[in-house]
Design a protein around this ligand. Structure first.
Ligand code: GTP
Length: 598
């Protein structure tokens, strides 16, 4: 029987509502780490995460807590990433728990992403403990937030805990609530092993290490384990728990949270959501809910210097070791040469990978504009999926194009309803319905093309609502739409990496704006460069970059040597992120220009 002294829980919160700070308090209060060791926030420890203040990779920590009843409990806190790109990972880490703290900022109230995660928790039958955080703030309105929790989620908030992760108020009460309200894990030590992978990490010595929650059975050194989605078998060489460092233990049993190491070379073999069982005594059925990671957004990644191709390849390989949801394959562009087509869970995921390539690997890369995956029904009956606009068949070969659409929820104070409706109209959204969640807050449901969300939707949403709106979305399916490919030509040559797919009604204004923007972004060359936007062979917009004036150059060759050097250095600096395409040098910004046009 699983131990009645274990509690597995996670924390659900909107970005900035204080999840990491509260987790730190819980770790500190249970003496898991001293305050000094906590100087660095433990749970989100990646540099990038700390800078952006968001949790990307989930992790786990075991807390030992002596409760008011005198007993010592093992509390496993499983962290969840706080971004819509990673909602599948969130659902799997919630599936590993019996309870969740719902942390809501006392001054902000419930946001769209919080709500989405609460639904995931309810689907997994978790006991939810509402915690109203930041009650030390003068603007805190705990009663209003309680009412929101009751009205929006339908949870009884009368026993919500008022807390301040900053001052430590309410922390003891939270720990007691975890012990008393979260049910202990159910499970049978003697049944065949059944463990859920909720995360994994790559370690250069021990290989890919799955983080698991055991539902049934046991695992220890020497167990032959089988991954149920692939049937692959590995021998366990170490089992352990998170204190939060990886600490070896003799065995893991039903109810436990920990890790296993077993010379697994590839994180692709430790898939989030997969079930680990005993190869010699297999569970008949895997745990429910396994899903393979699906890339939603694609872009091309190219080295600025052709000679860095191999380094870029190595870097992607290394990143993929730790991130099974990163996809890439070779791609060749007439304009940019040899590079990679990469698939991501969403835009944030894409930005994280780009930044890591630059920071951790010191690479200079050119990124092409992100694209969603289009479903193309060809005239000859064939159906193809296109993630690179340059590969779209010509109009004559296409019967119809379908694009991915999402079901989006925007939560916003009611005075911004007009602004949201206007934005969604511009973004080709279809209104579904609107609910008043309190007298002053509204939840709007829309269907929107994913491509419009990939474009500047989020920035627009924030700027048009002074930051008050929150967004959540989930893929709904494909929908036919009147889409066409727009090509950009420089000096009469199509630059494949600048092609994009656009709705027919927007083709003219977008084409015009883009060529205008490119004229400003592409520096003058020694010769005149015409920029054209075209649909098929029809040119719909044109601008010209004038040739560089001779006297600008002449100045460089004057007498002042230091000035000349400065100028050359400046040019070199600028060159870093320039790509030579034919005879024209194009800066990185130009490839992203299509994203920021409205
Ligand atoms: P993600 O990691 O992005 O999900 O954010 P988070 O929810 O972990 O938020 P985090 O703990 O980083 O806190 C966000 C901000 O709120 C930080 O500046 C904290 O110092 C502050 N904060 C957290 N808890 C409290 C609190 O109880 N009172 C006050 N006044 N500030 C708090």
């Amino acid at each position: 029987q699983a131990s009645s002294k274990i509690r597995n829980f996670s924390i659900i919160a909107h970005i900035d509502h204080g999840k990491s700070t509260l987790a730190d308090r819980l770790i500190e209060h249970t003496g898991t780490l001293s305050a000094r060791e906590l100087k660095e926030q433990v749970l989100d420890s990646m540099d990038l995460e700390r800078e952006r203040g968001i949790t990307i990779k989930l992790q786990a920590v075991r807390l030992k807590y002596k409760a008011a009843d005198g007993e010592i409990y093992e509390l496993n806190l499983i962290d969840t990433p706080g971004h819509v790109d990673f909602s599948y990972e969130v659902s799997r880490s919630l599936a590993a728990c019996e309870g969740a703290l719902l942390v809501v900022d006392a001054a902000q109230g419930i946001e769209a992403q919080t709500l989405a995660n609460v639904y995931l928790a309810l689907e997994n039958n978790l006991e939810i403990i509402p915690v109203i955080n930041k009650i030390d703030l003068p603007s805190a309105e705990p009663d209003r937030v309680k009412k929101e929790i009751e009205e929006i989620i339908g949870l009884d908030a009368s026993d919500a805990i008022l807390a301040s992760a900053k001052s430590g108020q309410g922390v003891e009460e939270i720990l007691e609530a975890i012990v008393n309200r979260v049910p202990p894990p159910q499970g049978d030590d003697s049944a065949p092993l059944k463990a859920l992978i909720f995360d994994s990490k790559f370690d250069s010595y021990r290989g890919a290490i799955p983080y698991i929650r055991l539902f049934d059975g046991k695992v220890s050194k020497g167990t032959s384990i089988k991954m149920m989605s692939t049937g692959k078998i590995f021998e366990v060489i170490e089992t352990g728990v998170f204190t939060p460092e990886m600490t070896p233990v003799q065995e893991l049993k039903a109810g436990n949270v920990g890790y296993i190491a077993g010379s697994i070379k590839n994180v692709g073999d430790t898939r989030v959501g997969d079930t680990v069982t005993d190869a010699r005594n297999s569970a008949p059925m895997p745990l429910p809910g396994y899903r393979k990671a699906v890339s939603m957004v694609f872009c091309g990644l190219y080295p600025v210097e052709t000679s860095e191709y191999d380094r870029l390849k190595d870097a992607l390989e290394k990143l993929q070791l730790n991130d099974a949801s990163l996809m890439y394959e070779n791609e060749t562009s007439a304009a940019l040469g040899f590079g990679f087509r990469c698939g991501f869970l969403g835009l944030l995921h894409m930005e994280i990978i780009q930044e890591r390539l630059e920071r951790e690997f010191g690479l200079n890369i050119i990124t092409t504009a992100p694209s969603v995956v289009y479903k193309v029904n060809k005239a000859d009956g064939e159906v193809i999926y296109i993630d690179n606009p340059a590969l779209m068949p010509s109009a004559g070969e296409i019967a119809s194009i379908e694009e991915p659409v999402v079901r989006a929820t925007v939560m916003v104070p009611s005075e911004y309803v007009g602004a949201i409706m206007e934005l969604n109209q511009e973004k080709r959204g279809t209104f579904v319905n609107m609910e008043y969640i309190t007298e002053t807050r509204v939840s709007l449901h829309y269907e929107l093309p994913l491509s419009e969300i990939v474009y500047d939707y989020f920035d627009q949403l924030k700027s048009r609502t002074k930051g008050f709106a929150s967004l959540d979305y989930a893929l709904k399916g494909y929908k036919e739409s009147d889409l066409i490919k727009l090509d950009i030509m420089l000096s009469g040559e199509i630059v494949d990496a600048l092609s994009f797919i656009v709705h027919k009604d927007k083709a003219y204004p977008r084409g015009r704006k883009l060529v205008e923007k490119l004229r400003k972004l592409i520096p003058r060359q020694m010769f005149e460069v015409p920029i054209q936007a075209a649909i098929g062979t029809r040119v719909i917009a044109r601008e010209t970059i004038q040739a560089m004036r001779k006297d600008v150059l002449a100045k460089c060759y004057g007498g002042d040597i230091s000035r000349k050097r400065k100028l050359l250095e400046k040019q070199k600096e600028g060159k870093k992120r320039m790509k030579q395409v034919g005879s024209v040098e194009i800066p990185q910004d130009a490839f992203m220009a299509v994203l920021k046009m409205d």
